[in-house]
Design a protein around this ligand. Structure first.
Ligand SMILES: C[S@@+](CC[C@H](N)C(=O)[O-])C[C@H]1O[C@@H](n2cnc3c(N)ncnc32)[C@H](O)[C@@H]1O
Length: 232
């Protein structure tokens, strides 16, 4: 039997195997290494069945899984280059921060470059917020600013007028739209990993700044910006 791979079923199997090997390698490089070096656990996923059923909007959220390290680094470098000397004016928040990996990695990159920014994390599951606080304190050596809140209810004005938001596909459009509406008076750069609802940001006036379209949904990140003085 011929195929687009130019061979029979054995060729297809070979490609399938190669893809899973690539994924195994990516998980070691992008997840296991970060935890091993820092002595914490951000890898362990939490499926939605294990979340407290009292959480409002649980039906609209995704389970917990950590970002790949190189996607966080990509977002950081794009923001730094794009914002230049204004970079430190911006606060950073991971919306749906889970076990805190993104805030920890972001803070590590700031420290390495002797840069200052206020770094926040927010998640609607209190267990994950406790994990984020524990992990951040262990790696960074001081308390992090983590909030247990629903993304639609969080007071984003505490972040100031300039905000970098990180989203690793945390929820569906029902939540994303009101979150963007709450951010409409701030200058926002959005780093969106696995950007399933990128169209929602584009239709809210965000402009694409950079994109990384890797081999796997986890390896895909877009950076978009929206300036309230020039929204369209
Ligand atoms: C795919 S995980 C991303 C974790 C983390 N940002 C990272 O990249 O490592 C999505 C997270 O979003 C959280 N989440 C989903 N819906 C939310 C909502 N409405 N408000 C706050 N957090 C939410 C989940 O609890 C989960 O921890």
């Amino acid at each position: 039997m011929g195929s687009i791979f130019g061979g029979g079923p054995s060729t297809i199997l070979k490609y399938v195997r190669q893809k899973s090997l690539r994924l195994i390698y990516a998980n070691v490089k992008e997840r296991i290494l970060f935890d091993a070096v820092n002595g914490i656990d951000t890898i362990t996923q939490v499926q939605k069945g294990a979340f407290s059923s009292r959480i409002n909007n649980l039906a609209h959220g995704v389970h917990y899984s950590s970002s790949w390290t190189s996607e966080i680094v990509f977002g950081f470098e794009i923001c730094r280059n794009k914002l230049g000397p204004d970079f430190e004016k911006y606060a950073f928040i991971d919306i749906g921060c889970g076990r805190g990996k993104v805030a920890i990695k972001w803070k590590q990159m700031l420290r390495k470059r002797r840069l200052e920014q206020n770094v926040y994390g927010m998640d609607y599951y209190d267990y994950l917020i406790e994990q984020a606080k524990y992990n951040y304190r262990k790696v960074i050596g001081k308390d992090g600013a983590f909030f247990c809140a629903d993304a639609t209810e969080f007071d984003y004005s505490i972040l100031g007028g300039h905000v970098i938001v990180y989203l690793y596909h945390p929820f569906d459009e029902t939540i994303l739209r009101p979150v963007l509406a709450k951010l409409q008076n701030q200058s926002v750069i959005a780093i969106y990993n696995n950007p399933v609802h990128e169209d929602v940001l584009l239709s809210a006036g965000y402009k694409l700044v950079a994109e990384k379209r890797g081999f796997h949904p986890q390896a895909q990140t877009v950076v978009l910006e929206r300036n309230p003085k020039n929204p369209q």
